[in-house]
Write a protein that binds this ligand. Structure first.
Ligand SMILES: *Cc1c(COP(=O)(O)O)cnc(C)c1O
Length: 387
C-alpha cells in the first residue's frame, strides 16, 4: 500500500509534463542565447512557455521572470524590493503565518535596518485587511501576504489587501505557491505587484518557478550576468524545466474546476469521517475559504511526528504541517498564530489531496487512522482515557 496525501509538499510530475520536457534534454538541447537554429528552437520554447504561464494569472508575458522556484521568488521579491526602494522607506508588513521563505527573508531585513510588522490572524488563519491598512505608514515600502497557507489551507483576502496597497502606493507581493493552478488568479484585478509561484506544487518539475513583476516595478536583478530574463535573472535558462512548467500550467488551467471538485468531494468525506470517528479532534483552518485539497486536523494528546511515522508504516504519506518545520521540534508557527497552545499544535496532522487521489485511498485512511490515534493515546501521559 502506497498512498500519497502530501500534495502541499510536492506533487508527482504529470506524464504529459514529462513528455513535454524530454525533447529539451535530447535533440532540442540548445542554449536559448545562441543565434543558430538550436538556440532559436530553445528560445522559441522559452517564449512560448512564458506566454502560457502568463495567461494563467492574466499577466503580460514580459512580466514573468523564470526562477528556481518559490523560495527564490519570495527571497527576491522581498529583499530586492526593500533594498531597491530604501530611499522611500524601511518598513515591511507581513503576517505571522507566512512560509519560511517569506518569514526568514523578513527577519533578515529586520536585522539589516528594516522594520517589520508581523500581522496577527484570526482563529481561521485570516489576515484582516483593516489591520493591513492601519499598519501602513509613510515609510512602508512593501506588504507581503500569502494567497493561501500551505499548512491549514486558508485563503487570504488578497483582492482587498491589494486594493489597500494600491490606494496607499505600497508594493504588494503575494506568495501564491499553493494557489496558482488551483484558485483563479488575475493579477490585474487583484492589484498584485509581485507574485511567487513554484512548478512542483502543480504537477511540474522541481527547481522551476517564476516571479511575476508588474511592469514599472522598481526592483534590482536577482542574479547579475549575461542579461537573461530581461536582465533581472541571469543564467542559461532551464528550458526543459520551463517547458514542463508551462505544460503543467496549461493542464491546471484546463482542469482547474474538475480537479477542485474531485478533491473537495474526497476532502469533505475525509474530514467528516475523521471527526466522526476520532474523539477530541478538530479541523484547523477556515471552514469554506480554504484550498479544496487541504485537511489539517488536531488530535488531543498526540505527537504529530509519531502519528506520521505510524501512518507511514501503514503506507500513508502525510505531514504534520509544512515540510520545512519537520526538522525542528518547535510547534508550527501557523497553528500557534491561530491560537492553539503549543501542546495542541504538536498534535496536528495535514492530509493534502491531489488530482489523482481516490475514494479508496480515503476509505483506507479512515480505516487505519482511528486505531493509530487510539493506540498513541493509550501510551500518552496526557490522555485521561476516552471521555
Ligand atoms: C512550497 C512552498 C514554497 C517554496 O517553494 P519551492 O519551490 O519549494 O522553493 C513557498 N511558499 C509556499 C506557500 C509553499 O507552499
Amino acid at each position: 500500500m502506497k498512498i500519497y496525501l502530501d500534495h502541499a509538499a510536492t506533487t508527482a510530475v504529470d506524464k504529459e509534463v514529462i513528455k513535454a520536457m524530454l525533447p529539451y534534454f535530447d535533440d532540442k538541447f540548445g542554449n536559448a542565447s545562441s543565434l543558430h537554429q538550436f538556440g532559436q528552437e530553445a528560445k522559441e520554447a522559452l517564449e512560448k512557455s512564458r506566454e502560457t504561464v502568463a495567461k494563467l494569472i492574466n499577466a503580460d508575458p514580459r512580466e514573468i521572470i523564470f526562477t528556481s522556484g518559490g523560495t527564490e521568488s519570495d527571497n527576491w521579491a522581498i529583499k530586492k524590493i526593500a533594498f531597491t526602494n530604501e530611499d522611500k522607506g524601511n518598513h515591511i508588513i507581513t503576517s505571522r503565518i507566512e512560509h519560511h521563505a517569506v518569514l526568514e527573508s523578513c527577519e533578515f531585513l529586520g536585522k539589516n535596518g528594516f522594520k517589520v510588522t508581523y500581522l496577527p490572524v484570526d482563529r481561521y488563519g485570516r489576515v484582516n485587511p483593516e489591520d493591513v491598512k492601519k499598519a501602513i505608514t509613510k515609510s512602508t515600502v512593501l506588504v507581503t501576504i500569502m494567497h493561501a497557507n500551505n499548512e491549514i489551507g486558508t485563503i487570504e483576502p488578497i483582492e482587498e489587501i491589494g486594493k489597500i496597497c494600491k490606494e496607499k502606493g505600497v508594493y504588494f507581493h503575494t506568495d501564491a505557491v499553493q494557489t496558482v493552478g488551483k484558485v483563479p488568479i488575475d493579477v490585474k484585478k487583484m492589484n498584485v505587484d509581485l507574485l511567487s509561484c513554484s512548478s512542483h506544487k502543480l504537477y511540474g518539475p522541481k527547481g522551476v518557478g517564476f516571479l511575476y513583476v508588474k511592469k514599472g516595478t522598481k526592483i534590482a536583478p536577482m542574479i547579475h550576468g549575461g542579461g537573461h530574463e530581461f536582465c533581472l535573472r541571469s543564467g542559461t535558462e532551464n528550458i526543459a524545466g520551463i517547458a514542463g512548467f508551462a505544460k503543467a500550467c496549461e493542464l491546471a488551467q484546463k482542469n482547474m474546476e474538475k480537479w477542485n471538485s474531485h478533491e473537495k468531494k474526497l476532502r469533505d468525506k475525509l474530514v467528516k469521517g475523521v471527526l466522526e470517528r476520532i474523539p477530541e479532534s478538530w479541523l484547523n483552518g477556515h471552514p469554506e475559504k480554504r484550498l479544496e485539497g487541504n485537511a489539517n486536523f488536531c488530535f488531543k494528546c498526540i505527537e504529530g511526528e509519531s502519528l506520521i511515522l505510524h501512518l507511514d508504516d501503514k503506507g500513508v504519506a502525510a505531514s504534520t504541517g509544512s515540510a520545512c518545520s519537520t526538522k525542528e521540534l518547535k510547534p508550527s508557527h501557523v497553528l500557534t498564530a491561530i491560537g492553539l497552545s503549543p501542546v495542541d499544535a504538536h498534535g496536528s496532522l495535514r492530509l493534502t489531496l491531489g488530482k489523482d487521489s481516490t475514494e479508496k485511498e480515503i476509505d483506507y485512511v479512515l480505516g487505519v487512522l482511528p486505531g493509530i490515534v487510539a493506540d498513541l493515546r493509550k501510551i500518552s501521559p496526557l490522555w485521561k482515557g476516552d471521555r
